[in-house]
Design a protein around this ligand. Structure first.
Ligand code: ACO
Length: 326
């Protein structure tokens, strides 16, 4: 059987670092509150002239170099983002131009923080069905541009970044074994950007009152994640004829360290097998899983043959889990 294997990884975050102490000067918060409630110590924030496609293209170039794949070899560019450069066209097309991958089809995938995990499922299906040989999958977001910087309950959580993976066919059992995708549109209003689309176009009044920004019911999203993600991971492992005790690495969306720890605890996956880097990046949305994978590889943690579980969740509500044999 032919699986979609990760041939190379790359990541990019903007230079500027915003610490918790910096934030405490902007809104009524403290390093103590943010660290103890979320595990976040700092995040990277893009300057005004840097957009999602800039970060995405940089991560893409590094992933291509890591995989030793030339842009001309790419059949497909898939960009998971909720903060595209434009309403349309797709940010994947902007990236295509920036990296010069003119043989590739290109489209965006809208699944917010679950985007990269949705993308791994899509890339897996394309490669397994021989519809593509070389896929560039990017998770990239610059949520800082949609955050209300006067709202302490959201602005402390997010950071900007991009991660990318190059995928190709593997006949020896390495790659995406299976995925579970889920969504619950009833939770639409739990975390969303309600204005600026066709339902509610931007008006000067909305902008004036900062209503054009991200709105989130943090508690509800927290509860949803802790309930749904362990179930989805169980389900995915079962599909792959595996159990939680066989998981070598859990690489989850880094939204809140307490969510990651709660999920691991429910599955009885020990701390030593859970990758965490939220302290340095905050919640980078679709970028968090590929950034975590890139760093885990750079730290030489993921070994060939190991079982790696990736999981993402967020706006939609949407969630995705992948079981990967590394
Ligand atoms: N500093 C100080 N106090 C704060 C801050 C802050 N930055 N933010 C909120 N508070 C206060 C609140 O006002 C509240 O005060 P009150 O009790 O007087 O009303 C108190 O702290 C507790 O607030 P809660 O919201 O109940 O705190 P909680 O422990 O639930 O933590 C958090 C909030 C961190 C947002 C948590 O709920 C969380 O991580 N949720 C998940 C969010 C998430 O994962 N989002 C991902 C989806 S994003 C996407 O898809 C794009």
């Amino acid at each position: 059987e032919c699986l979609a294997a990760i041939l190379g990884l790359g990541m990019c975050v903007p230079e500027r670092v915003l610490t918790n102490d910096d934030l405490a000067q902007m809104v009524d918060t403290s390093d103590e509150w943010i660290t103890s409630r979320t595990g976040i110590r700092q995040r990277h924030i893009a300057e005004e002239n840097i957009t999602t496609s800039d970060l995405a293209a940089e991560a893409a170039k590094l992933a291509l170099a890591d995989a030793n794949v030339h842009p001309d070899e790419l059949d497909l560019i898939l960009c998971a983002t909720a903060t595209g450069d434009y309403i349309w066209p797709a940010t994947a097309c902007v990236v295509q131009r920036k990296i010069g991958a003119y043989r590739a089809g290109a489209f965006d995938l809208s699944a917010a923080c679950a985007g990269f995990c949705y993308g791994l499922a899509v890339a897996g299906a394309f490669i397994q069905s021989h519809a593509a040989q070389r896929i560039l999958l990017i998770g990239a977001d610059a949520l800082s541009k949609h955050v209300n910087w006067n709202d302490r309950s959201t602005c402390v959580l997010f950071g900007d970044g991009a991660g990318a993976a190059v995928l190709g066919p593997n006949e020896s059992g390495q790659g995406v074994l299976t995925s579970v995708l889920g969504a619950n549109g009833d939770g639409l209003e739990m975390v969303w950007l309600p204005h600026g689309g066709t339902r509610s176009p931007l008006t000067p009044e909305l902008i004036e009152s900062s209503q054009n920004k991200l709105i989130m019911q943090g508690r509800e999203v927290y509860r949803f994640a802790v309930r749904v993600i362990p179930e989805a991971i169980q389900q995915a492992l079962q599909k792959a004829c595996l159990t939680p005790s066989q998981v070598d690495w859990l690489v989850m969306h880094q939204a809140n360290i307490r969510i990651v720890e709660a999920v691991a605890e429910r599955l009885h996956i020990p701390k030593e097998r859970v990758f965490i880097n939220i302290d340095r990046y905050g919640n980078t949305s679709a970028a968090s899983v590929p950034i975590a994978l890139t760093e885990a590889v750079q730290q030489n943690l993921l070994k060939p043959g190991q079982i790696v579980v990736t999981a993402g969740f967020g706006a939609g509500l949407a969630w995705g889990v992948n079981i990967i044999r590394w």
